[in-house]
Design a binder for this molecule. Sequence first.
Ligand code: F6P
Length: 519
Amino acid sequence: MSLSDSPAWQQFTAAAKHANLDGEHLRLINAPGLRLDLSAQAHSPELAQAATALLTQQGFDAARAQLFDGGNANWTEQRPAWHTALRASQPPALVASAVLAERERVRQFVREADAAKRYSCVLHLGIGGSDWGPRLVTRALRYGAARREVRFASNVDSHSVADAMSRLDPHNTLVIVASKSFTTTEPLANAEVAMNWLRDAGVADPIKQVVAITANVEAALNLGISPDHIFQIWDWVGGRYSLWSAIGLPVALALGNDAFDQLLAGAAAMDDHFRHAPFAENAPLQLALAGVVNRSVLGYDSLVISPYDSRLYHIVPWAQQLEMESLGKVATADGSPAGVPTGPAVWGMSGTDCQHTFFQWLHQETTGAPVDFILCEQPDHDYARHHELLFANCLAQRAALLRGKSFDDALAETSQTEKDPAKARVLAQHKVHPGGRPSSLIVLPRLEAYTLGALLALYEHKVFTQGVIWGINPFDQWGVEFGKALAKNIIRELDAPASQAAPQDPSTRFWIDAISRRH
Ligand code: F6P
């Protein structure tokens, strides 16, 4: 039976349609490292009850146990998705020695680099999950704390890597090539550019300044990287869940081993909460349910993420990959489609910048989108006034989206300045805000490694829970693989124009030929 035909789903949708979205009750969940305020999400006792029945029907308990126990959570690729093992203080026995040994190797590398005052700069070359996690964390936490300049280049576009290398000292730069597969076009192409840059600068043995982080050790060895400069991850680490592995090396280099340990500890604490907190007080689970209501019942196509803290700017692309690579699919375990709308498009920007770009659309366009607001109670600067302004703006946007403004209220407002009643009524129409637009507020006491680890794990488990509810596998990405395969065919043809050309649509053929002629 498809999800949409199932009794639990029908009860859930019926309850969600009648639930309150009036913000009349404070709905706060305390979780490690943060508080989640769901007061502006649909809620009712009936919905809570129907949600429990839905989770039971979808086998949530067993799926969550499988995730933590290293079962076949990534069932289309027949392997675990065991990122929780990477951050556990005591990882599960099966992988404990490998995880702890690699964790210690990373620590030791950082210790030695610090002791020898080596590598004033780090150039990190990865893409997707091998890039966004460390990029987000180093950018978020470097404020006043960075020991090294860490630059990131991901795109296969020499402008990007050239920009990242500009004004770095090649003799004192560590190049990190981070790629789980070590077959991805972008990091390998950028590694070549970086090695040439080292060579051109007169670095005697450039490969000695290169480190690889990968599950494909053989490929890294083939590139000439020495074994003591290769940090291992494993096939059971999903790319977009790999920050917690040696992929976090730039975080440790930039902020220190203790900071990286705290990041892991915050995520591990959230794991524990997700595993043991009752449904009603379980932050990732409740955030997931709110998202399912918004997407699959209320019909919102997208989700906005707006951190009211500019240090968290990169959480937007990080979450885009996490959410959209994980949930942008419809096939369920038996191959049939989920039958209900699944993962939303994710977009956003930090506040208050977002208020001056797209928030108008959120307030008054007919579609709208739910928003995740993220705030830190305490800033790390001394301008208390700035922080009050930031806080006030965030709360005001939430309130405006939720409360809206009725025609009568708008008319009362416009009538005060416009004495012509007809004109006052027209202007009032422009000032009507529908309201009733859902949002979540996530509040960190302060932006620290621990709280950030918890925040990222919150999102990971939210996405996992939604995958379980929708019956889809959040750990594969066949769409991305398809695109990669087609790109490889085209590159093969560009490399050897005389080779047999693959069939292409007329436009693709035209442009391949146009580029080939320029070679
Ligand atoms: O974007 C697709 C993807 O496969 C991601 O899942 C992954 O994080 C990224 O490419 C990079 O892959 P790799 O680490 O193997 O280079």
